[in-house]
Structure formats: structure tokens, C-alpha cells
Design a protein around this ligand. Structure first.
Ligand SMILES: Cc1ncc(COP(=O)(O)O)c(C=O)c1O
Length: 371
């Protein structure tokens, strides 16, 4: 992959040839015992790999949003509500999922006049405490671990401690942080964690999952089915028997199985998070030398996503195209941030020297984009 296009978007991330080759392992009927074995292997590897050995994994064929929707609709009992912590596009998506499914939703949002202010401010855990006190019918609190919108890490450990004092469950969208950001999810007390194969785990898009604590497992069995496809209780029942309710992305499961082996061989959580820390330091050093300004206070910055001010006189489309000519795909800011910011995401299998060469490519691309 030395001369391949390097994806610096927040997933799908570049994968190793070993992972992509797994796609060619052949055809397999998901009702055969071989698929049951593959499923069992993935289900048992995922929770300990992500620091949640007591959790139970449920795989769903779909993108990360399928896992979010499954988690939200399967964690709130009839007549109860959800509290959504919203400081970015994905917090807002959790809220929209709840409302689209007729679930009463309350919100905690940072103060701020603009998206920029709101999306770069970590949530104050005390605001969650106050909202829980104001809404005693809350059955679940949903929060995004790593807001990919800006590369902001929310204080989920502190929020988890507050939620643990209530009767509500904690649902964490860890889709862009699972296995790659420093937070040890085992310390958070999350009951339902959403993840996907194609970001920090270096698998391919098409398989997402939720990880449920014993309390989470109990809850999903108490909640009325709000969807046929995304009803967690039916996945639980089927997958415990080595089965899936609907046709899964079989070959993407082969690839995830291989990606999880690579993850373990690379030192598991400690090894992967160290790599992402080192990448962030390398790239942010380059940005500093190029005079590019990084958004988000250092204390709350993710390692996998860096949000950067566009240099003066440079538009995102020009910068994107110049960098693509030089072998790198960057990513636009979201929503109202798109005209002033761009993102560099160091997820996936990226040869170290390609990251070292990014500095020269950025420098040349900025000059060319200004011309
Ligand atoms: C934090 C977070 N949640 C959810 C999603 C949604 O995932 P998908 O686009 O795979 O549906 C993303 C995607 O980037 C994300 O970063």
C-alpha cells in the first residue's frame, strides 16, 4: 500500500491487504455451522478487545448509524424517555433517531451562539446531573464518546459516574473511538456501546455492533420492538444460538475477523491507542511547522481526528484536489464549519512514511491551491 491513495477521512479507513484478501475467502451460507463459528469468534473477540469483557456483542449488517438506531430504540422502555447529550452532528443524530422513532427526548447542549462554539465545547457532566433530576422518567442517557464532527472527546467517564447514580442506562456512541482513542471504555460504566468495523478496528464497512452489559442485555429484552430489522432482542436471541435474523454481510465478517486478529497482534487496545497517539503527535507537529491552526482545546482533542482552520486564501475543494493528486484524501468540515475548516483523520492502516511525507504534500498543495 506504499503508493496507494491514503484515506485521511474518518472511515471507511484504509485496510491491510490481509483484511481485503479475506473478502475472497469464498461463498458461505449464513445458515451453515461455519458462519456460526465465524460469528462466535467475532462475538467473543470484540468485548475484551475493547476493554469490556463482561459485555455481549450483537452484530448488525449496516453502517454505524444502524448500531446507533438499534441502541437508542432498544434501550428505552414504553412510556419512558431518553436524555441525549448533543454537541455535534452525531449527538444530533442520536436525538433525531429517538424522535423519528417516537421516543420522547430531552437534551443537554453546551451554551453557544454558533455551531462552532457548541461543537467545540465538551459537555459539562453537571448539566447531565441537572437534566436527570429535572426528568425522572429518563430511561437512558445517550452520549457520543468521540464527536467526529470536530475531533472532540466528551468526558464520558464523568458522565458515566453521574448516570450510575440514577436508574438510567448509559448508551455510548463510540463509533469513531472504539479501540483507537485513549478512553478505556471499561472505566465508563456504559451499558450499551455502539461501534463499527471500519474505523479504529481497521475492518471494512458493512458491519456494525452494539456491546451490552448484563444490565443492557436485561433492558433490551424489556423494551417493545420498535423496528423489525433493528430490534436488539431478536439479534440477542439469534446470535446466542449462532444465528442471525437477517442475511449478514458474510464476507465483511471474514474481514472483521482478520482485522481483530491484526488488532490483537498489534498489541490490542494499548498498542492501537499508542499508535494513534504517535500519529497525532506527528501530524500536529507538521501542522504547527506549516503554521496551520488546530481547533479544539488540547485537553479534549481526539487522537484520530484533527480539525484544522483552512489557510488564508485556500478553499477546501482546491486543497482536497491538490492533496488527492499527491496521494491523500482529506475530509471537509461538517455543516456550517465546511467553509472554514477541514479534517485530517489518521485512522486505518497507514504506512508511517506516508504520514511523514504528508508535510511536504500539504505544503505543496497549499501553495498550488492559492495559485
Ligand atoms: C461518532 C460517530 N457516530 C456515528 C457515525 C455514523 O456512522 P455511519 O456513517 O457508518 O453510519 C459516525 C460516522 O462517521 C461517527 O463518527
Amino acid at each position: 500500500m506504499d503508493d496507494e491513495l491514503i484515506l485521511l477521512n474518518p472511515g471507511p479507513a484504509c485496510t491491510s491487504h490481509r483484511v481485503t484478501r479475506a473478502l475472497l475467502r469464498g461463498d458461505l451460507c449464513h445458515r451453515e455451522p461455519e458462519f456460526g463459528e465465524l460469528l462466535a469468534r467475532i462475538r467473543s473477540a470484540l468485548p475484551p478487545a475493547l476493554g469490556l469483557p463482561e459485555h455481549e456483542a450483537l452484530l448488525v449488517t449496516g453502517s454505524g448509524t444502524a448500531a446507533m438506531e438499534m441502541a437508542v430504540i432498544s434501550s428505552v422502555r414504553a412510556g419512558r424517555s431518553i436524555l441525549v447529550v448533543d454537541n455535534g452532528v452525531y449527538g444530533d443524530r442520536l436525538l433525531r433517531i429517538a424522535r423519528a422513532n417516537g421516543i420522547t427526548a430531552h437534551t443537554v447542549r453546551p451554551e453557544g451562539q454558533s455551531d462552532l462554539e457548541r461543537w467545540t465545547t465538551p459537555i459539562d457532566p453537571e448539566a447531565v446531573r441537572a437534566a436527570l433530576a429535572a426528568h425522572p422518567d429518563v430511561d437512558a442517557v445517550a452520549v457520543v464518546h468521540h464527536e467526529t464532527t470536530t475531533g472532540l472527546i466528551n468526558p464520558i467517564r464523568e458522565i458515566g459516574a453521574i448516570v450510575a447514580e440514577s436508574d438510567a442506562l448509559l448508551v455510548v456512541d463510540a463509533i469513531s473511538g472504539t479501540g483507537n482513542e485513549d478512553q478505556d471504555l471499561g472505566e465508563v460504566g456504559a451499558d450499551i456501546v455502539c461501534g463499527t468495523a471500519n474505523k479504529g478496528l481497521h475492518g471494512l464497512p458493512g458491519i456494525a455492533f452494539i456491546l451490552c452489559s448484563p444490565g443492557g442485555v436485561e433492558r433490551i429484552q424489556e423494551v417493545p420492538a420498535r423496528s423489525l430489522y433493528l430490534n436488539a432482542a431478536s439479534y440477542l436471541k439469534g446470535q446466542r444460538d449462532g444465528n442471525v435474523p437477517f442475511t449478514p454481510a458474510v464476507q465483511v465478517c471474514y474481514a472483521l475477523d482478520e482485522a481483530l486478529k491484526e488488532y490483537a497482534e498489534a498489541g490490542g487496545f494499548a498498542g492501537r491507542t499508542r499508535l494513534y497517539r504517535e500519529r497525532a503527535a506527528l501530524v500536529r507537529g507538521q501542522l504547527g511547522r506549516l503554521g496551520l491552526k488546530v481547533l479544539v482545546e488540547p485537553a479534549f482533542r481526539a487522537n484520530s481526528v484533527t480539525m484544522i482552520h483552512l489557510p488564508d486564501g485556500v478553499t477546501y475543494p482546491r486543497l482536497h484536489d491538490e492533496l488527492k493528486k499527491r496521494g491523500y484524501v482529506i475530509y471537509a468540515g461538517q455543516g456550517s464549519l465546511s467553509s472554514h475548516f477541514f479534517r485530517i483523520c489518521t485512522m486505518g492502516e497507514i504506512p508511517w512514511h506516508r504520514l511523514e511525507e504528508l508535510e511536504a504534500a500539504l505544503d505543496q498543495s497549499i501553495t498550488a491551491a492559492r495559485a
